[in-house]
Unconditional design. Structure first.
Length: 149
């Protein structure tokens, strides 16, 4: 069983910079192991397992720079890029705290760039965040009020 936290960026963003930030959040070297998967119109940049990171990161991006179509059948809205952090082993409190911290660090990067996004944890509903309104407290609230390390 896996746990996934998904952020969909609603404004144009450099997907390679977003992926570099995701690797930094995971404390992976920028020249570390990752690969590009060609899904036709949409490509996926993905870290590789076995690097000691608390999660895998992937960024899905439209090749032509247009909006990502999302995955309507899975309830995932479209946007300019989709960032996902995925952890094997189920959705435990420890995993939720880890994902809360990863999402918080990713959202700080988005806030700094004044980008809008929507996000979800473990197939929960997507919640829209705007750069001028988002706070770490909103992220904690989405994870059921988890606090502390």
């Amino acid at each position: 069983m896996t746990a996934t936290t998904t952020l969909v960026v609603q404004d144009p963003v450099d997907a390679y910079e977003l992926f570099a930030h995701a690797r930094t959040v995971l404390r992976l070297p920028l020249d570390g192991r990752w690969h590009l998967v060609d899904h036709g119109r949409v490509h996926m940049l993905q870290t590789l397992p076995g690097q000691g990171a608390p999660a895998l990161a992937s960024v899905h991006l439209p090749v032509d720079g247009s909006r990502h179509p999302g995955e309507p059948h899975a309830g995932i809205p479209g946007g300019y890029a989709l960032l996902a952090f995925t952890t094997d082993g189920g959705d435990t409190n420890r995993t939720q705290r880890r994902h809360r911290d990863l999402a918080g660090q990713a959202s700080a990067w988005l806030i700094h760039r004044r980008l809008r996004w929507t996000w979800s944890h473990a197939d929960g509903p997507f919640t829209t965040n705007h750069a001028d309104l988002a706070t770490r407290g909103q992220i904690v609230d989405l994870f059921g009020g988890l606090r502390g390390p």
